[in-house]
Design a protein around this ligand. Structure first.
Ligand code: EPU
Length: 421
């Protein structure tokens, strides 16, 4: 199992390239099931999670592959006439987002059998809202032997008011509704840029979706969809993580490409912390201040501060000049990085969903363990600033969502390498 070794100290400088967005690529790959033929997606990040989604599609009988060489960021999915609409436990247990095939399968094939995702390190993460939405469109849902089975001869448009805001829930039901008969109105939807991106792709395939990116999405069902070619938007969370890398190392880095509007909540907090952030050449440049100021943050759904940036911002606040209060409102157990940060000398107290972070003069390198994707990124960020050497173990979490983060950081001057443990 690989580990990453970081020696803290160097201020990062230069320009770094952001990969395509994981959380847009996953639903978009799943959406290929909605139309016969070959879809081509560019700028698909080379991540374990994307490979898992390709496996899920192949298991069903699609021909899904990543091209090689210079075309490595291109994925093609061929959907033929023989599809087994089933996602097995062995794959779903390794990636919850596999559940995104549920909506397309029931809409297109009238039947889906998908292993029920369990909880994960950051929370229980039920899928009741996905199921509520599919039921409202007329699907009959049963749970047997750990699998969700959804059946419907033909889905029918309906109104769904989500009880809470869910990103993949909105995406799953939106993908089901595009082939339903009549009009569907989804209320209290997630407004994340990745939901909007999925709608953009579905509309290119021939769907009729309006309002994606707002809390009400209206979908007029169509009879069939065609395959598509699409370039995936840049990953706002990877971009945010790299901006924090610049800030925590005392550096000056241009992170591109990046869509400034997608990163607004993150940029506002980094500016409050004293960073100078300017849009430049289709990206964002972050210049670190001499002294970082504390900031208070509450994670909420987009356009609020993203939970996927909470761990990274917390690390930055560990070395700020004062006390910050960070509240996690989306997942009930997303502070697991705190215990590891304590080992590096951080001063953090957890009170329920809130962490009180007192800035310390220095962090010191230590062996630490990644517990989930964003937590692992935060430990690497801590290592960039810490005195001495930090060994981050269990980096398979990192590889699910960051394309060779250590290479990108090394390109900016970090002393970081990956070794086989
Ligand atoms: N929830 C329910 N019932 C549901 C669905 C969600 O109670 O049916 C709860 C969840 O337990 C959670 C909250 O609602 O407390 C929000 O969850 P959401 O459904 O929005 O999360 P998700 O769709 O499973 C996506 C991202 C996550 C990101 C969250 C929140 C993908 C593939 N995953 O997950 O990304 O943290 O939205 O923004 O899009 C990551 O990339 O590291 C990651 C975890």
């Amino acid at each position: 199992m690989d580990k990453i070794i970081v020696k803290g100290g160097p201020a990062l400088h230069g320009e770094v390239k952001v990969s395509g967005a994981k959380n847009a690529a996953l639903p978009i790959l799943a959406s290929s099931l909605l139309g016969d033929g070959t879809s081509t997606y560019r700028n698909v990040p080379d991540l374990v999670d994307c490979a898992t989604m390709l496996k899920v599609l192949n298991t069903m009988g699609c021909e899904a592959e990543r091209l090689t060489g210079r075309q490595k960021s291109v994925c093609q999915v061929m959907v033929g006439p023989h599809i087994t609409p089933e996602a097995p436990y062995e794959l779903v247990k390794t990636m919850r987002a596999s559940v995104l095939v549920l909506g397309p399968l029931v809409a297109r094939y009238g039947r889906a059998r998908v292993s029920m995702p369990g909880g994960c390190a950051i929370g229980a993460r039920p899928i009741d809202q996905h199921l509520k939405g599919l039921k409202a469109l007329g699907a009959e849902i049963t749970l047997t032997e750990g699998y969700v089975e959804a059946r419907a001869k033909k889905l029918k448009g309906g109104t769904v008011n989500f009880d809470l805001i869910t990103v993949t829930g909105t995406e799953n039901v939106m993908m089901a509704a595009v082939l339903a008969k009549g009009r569907t109105v989804l209320e209290n939807c997630a407004r994340e840029p990745e939901v909007e991106e999925l709608a953009r792709v579905l509309n290119k395939m021939g769907a009729r979706i309006e309002g994606a990116g707002t809390s009400v999405i209206t979908i007029d069902g169509v009879d069939s969809l065609r395959p598509v070619e699409h370039t995936i938007l840049p990953d706002r969370i990877e971009a945010g993580t790299l901006l924090v890398a610049a800030a925590i190392s005392g550096g000056d880095v241009l992170v591109k490409p990046a869509v400034p509007e997608h990163l607004e909540p993150v940029v506002l907090k980094l500016r409050e912390a004293g960073c100078v952030i300017t849009p430049q050449e289709g990206g964002l440049r972050c210049k670190a201040p001499k002294i970082l100021q504390p900031v208070n943050v509450t994670t909420t759904e987009h356009p609020g501060f993203p939970t996927d940036m909470q761990a990274q911002l917390m690390v930055l606040m560990c070395v700020a000049n004062g006390t910050s209060v960070i509240s996690e409102n989306i997942f009930e157990n997303r502070f697991m990085h705190v215990a590891e940060l304590h080992r590096m000398g951080a001063d953090i107290t957890i009170q329920g969903p809130t962490a009180v972070v007192k800035g310390v003069k220095k962090l010191s390198g230590a062996p630490v363990m990644a517990t989930d994707l964003r937590a692992s990124a935060s430990l690497i960020l801590a290592g960039l600033r810490a005195e001495g050497r930090t060994d981050v173990a269990r980096v398979y979490h990192l590889d699910r969502g960051y394309e060779r983060l250590e290479r990108k950081l090394r390109g900016l001057g970090a002393d970081i390498r990956r070794v086989k443990a």
